[in-house]
Design a protein around this ligand. Structure first.
Ligand code: SF4
Length: 296
């Protein structure tokens, strides 16, 4: 039984699916890896059932596949993606791995076959390398929309930021820089003066604007015709707030389908009351343009 009735934005909260198979990497900052240590109870079938439940409740929500490594088992990924009608936007978070099972051409062919389903492929490319990366020429060949994600930790090599950006200018692949979300708080989410990463990006690139909501935001930059974003988000995805109607709601931003098919209402291990979510109250999308522009 949910403690508070649920509220979410029009269309529904984003549903993030944790694939039931691992990556072969050991990135030092990984917070998901531990769950892949013991695969007991992982179930492709249960995940597919939960995807169908979420599609039934919110037929226009966004789905995101993450892991683990979604592209480490293309047959299973295909099965899960086939449970998602084209009313949804669909994103894949991947390293686009170098792996024995599939060649780069196999992975590109997978993207080609599914290009009508896939909204965007988000490829992790950090400034320090933790995994064997497929060459940039390969990711440039991905036939869907794509973006690279780069987490900027405190000790990221600031002197290499132009070099890093130029690497993707060459292929016209937009970059999303990310703040370490385990450090984000409601107080520092919109803090600008003391955000050294933001100040560093402002000193290198042309600041264009800011959009955001209670939970996350994006500072937008232009550089040699490329769109760069600096993204900050809170480390949880539920906000408890009293509505104008005097009712206290749990406002959900992200819903998770775990490796065993369990549905969680937050990143913090909270099981979702699925029946309560069937009665979710919708509010207008609160992500708004706060400054300048985010389209250029
Ligand atoms: S590739 Fe992703 S899931 Fe795998 S260890 Fe690195 S961060 Fe974790």
């Amino acid at each position: 039984m949910a403690q508070y009735p649920y509220k979410t934005r029009e269309g529904g909260a984003t549903v993030t699916v944790f694939v039931p198979y691992d990556c072969n990497n050991h990135c030092p900052f990984c917070i998901n890896k531990e769950e892949y240590g013991d695969m007991t109870g992982f179930s492709l079938e249960k995940i597919c059932e939960s995807i169908k439940v979420m599609d039934e409740i919110t037929p226009y929500c966004d789905f995101v596949f993450t892991g683990g490594e979604p592209m480490a088992n293309l047959e299973s990924l295909q099965k899960m993606m086939d449970c998602i009608p084209t009313t949804h936007r669909l994103f894949i978070n991947t390293t686009f791995p170098v792996q024995n099972e599939y060649s780069a051409d196999d992975m590109i062919a997978f993207c080609e076959r599914n290009k009508d389903k896939i909204t965007c492929i988000n490829i992790s490319r950090h400034m320090k390398k933790y995994v064997e990366e497929s060459p940039d020429e390969v990711i440039a060949r991905i036939p869907t929309r794509k973006r690279v994600n780069c987490v900027l930790y405190k000790n990221y090599p600031k002197d290499k930021i132009f070099e890093y950006a130029d690497r993707f200018v060459k292929w016209n692949i937009p970059i999303q820089f990310r703040y370490d979300y385990t450090e984000t708080t409601p107080e520092n989410l919109y803090e600008q003066e003391n955000d050294t990463i933001l100040q560093d990006l402002k000193s290198h690139f042309t600041y264009m604007g800011l959009d955001g909501c209670r939970m996350r935001n994006g500072f937008h930059f232009a550089y040699k015709g490329l769109h760069l974003t600096y993204h900050k988000t809170l480390p949880y995805s539920t906000i408890i707030e009293e509505g104008d109607d005097g009712v206290t709601y749990a406002i959900l931003y992200d819903i998770l389908i775990k490796q065993n098919g369990d549905i969680h209402s937050d990143w913090t291990g909270v099981l979702m009351d699925v029946d309560a979510y069937r009665h979710v109250v919708f509010e207008p999308n609160d992500n708004v343009l706060l400054d300048g522009t985010n389209e250029f």
